[in-house]
Design a protein around this ligand. Structure first.
Ligand code: 2IT
Length: 445
């Protein structure tokens, strides 16, 4: 029998100074410890010790030359966490805050998210503490080349398939894939999020944002409600927020906020035109990491140093970064009458905030379910690469919709409480966990 406190004490001893990893494990354990303790097979197999230890982690040096001819050194990582149900799969994050602990939290979450997609993908994550902000295109290229020179030793289409995450978009995937091909002489689609002319899948850029809105639409329907006319707060202004703004608009909602490290934009007209969506992409591509120019360009309001959670809205979608929505934000949203919170960033809400929403019986969609559309379409990109074939946008979008509906159904099946409240956190964790844990039992140690 597992005792959560004892288990966590030991986990912290073995993984010191990795608070985000500890947080991610603790949240999953809250949901699954009962079902593990009820099944002697899981307990005897030491399933929790085994599922919380990555299969292997690579840490390497990335040397590159900046535009002044100065040598720079960054840390590079790939965490291959669990491949019980398929090749390691998960993004690469380039951000100055990245540590091994960050990537272990993301890799751990990725195991269950990938399991929820219904596709055969294991969990992995990688990245670097490289800061893309203010870097020239040539500097990004040199960094990516150097990063892939090392990373290519550990990955392959049947082994480990990286993709983008924060700081890694289609440009970076291009430079990384270019170097992979140069070194390996293979056109095997070993990265996903590729450009459409060189092996990418249609709808992959939109997939995370679209997927979260398909999932949200299922939640709304589950509650006998409609998406039409909903006032929506989105945070972030990158690829995920962009897709979210487009699909929310198409479903009849009105997104009124986006945000950056500099503050948030309030656009009462709605972030709902092609021109505004295109401008979001331009802002992101500029590498300045500020959202204020949007307010200037479209005559919207800008609140420096503040977060969008102070706005009165019906639905909130954190789409930026881990722990971006804390307990004070949660209280403010609830006081303002929020109806739904759908976490779209990975672990976007603190544990306290999540538990507060659940206590208040606010339907809360956890990131590992809500944002799974991104990696799901990455899985579909792998399928298309393997077949040397490509599906139309309608085909991919149709499959994405079905996958998000299936994830929602799994959450309801495992998470519906006796009082009728659907605990999506519990549902997602149990559904994601069971499949991987059962595969581990089948495969032996
Ligand atoms: O967090 C995520 O699921 C991603 N960054 C996407 C991973 C992928 O392999 O497409």
């Amino acid at each position: 029998m597992y005792d959560k406190k004892e288990f966590m004490t030991e986990l912290e001893r073995k993984n010191p100074s990795e608070p985000e990893f500890i947080q991610a494990v603790s949240e999953v354990l809250d949901s699954v410890i009962d079902i593990v303790n009820e099944d002697p097979e899981y307990v005897d197999a030491k399933i929790l010790e085994r599922i919380t230890e990555p299969d292997r982690t690579f840490m390497f040096k990335v040397e590159w030359e900046d535009d002044n001819g100065e040598i720079q050194v960054n840390k590079g990582y790939r965490v291959q966490f669990n491949n019980s149900i398929g090749p390691y799969k998960g993004g690469l994050r380039f951000h100055p805050s990245v540590t091994l602990g960050t990537l272990k939290f993301l890799g751990f979450e990725q195991i269950f998210k990938n399991s929820l997609t219904t596709l055969p993908m294991g969990g992995g994550k990688g990245g670097s503490d490289f800061n893309p902000k203010g870097k020239s295109d040539a500097e990004i290229l040199r960094f990516c080349r150097s990063f892939m020179t090392e990373l290519q030793k550990y990955i392959g289409p049947e082994t480990d398939v990286p993709a983008g995450d924060v700081g890694v978009g289609s440009r970076e995937i291009g430079y990384l894939y270019g170097q992979y091909k140069r070194l390996r002489v293979e056109n095997t689609g070993v990265l996903t999020g590729k450009g459409r002319n060189w092996g990418g899948s249609l709808v992959r850029p939109e997939a995370t944002g679209y997927g979260t809105m398909y999932f949200a639409d299922e939640i709304v329907r589950e509650h006998g409600d409609t998406f039409k006319g909903k006032r929506i707060a989105v945070s972030g202004f990158g690829n995920v927020a962009w897709g979210a703004c487009i699909k929310a608009t198409q479903l009849g909602g009105k997104v009124v906020t986006i945000s950056g490290p500099d503050g948030y934009v309030l656009d009462e007209d709605g972030i709902n035109t092609q021109e505004k969506w295109d401008y979001m992409l331009e802002l992101r591509a500029s590498n300045n990491d500020v959202v204020e120019p949007y307010a200037k360009k479209f005559g919207a309001k800008f609140f420096a140093g503040r977060k969008p959670w102070e706005e009165k809205v019906d639905m909130a979608f954190p789409c930026a970064f881990q722990n971006e929505l804390n307990i004070d934000d949660a209280k403010q949203l609830v006081a303002n009458g929020i109806s739904y919170v759908i976490e779209t960033s990975n672990m976007g809400c603190t544990t306290e905030a999540v538990n507060y929403f659940i206590d208040k019986k606010i339907p809360f969609g956890p990131g590992k379910a809500a944002n799974a559309g991104g990696v799901a379409v990455s899985g579909l990109e792998m399928s298309q690469n393997a077949m040397k074939y490509s599906w139309s946008a309608e085909e991919v979008d149709g499959k994405l919709k079905i996958i998000m509906k299936d994830i929602h159904e799994a959450c309801v099946r495992e998470g519906k409480q006796a009082d009728g409240y659907v605990n999506y956190v519990r549902g997602a964790n149990i559904a994601g966990f069971k499949k991987v844990a059962d595969a581990m039992l089948d495969l032996g140690y």
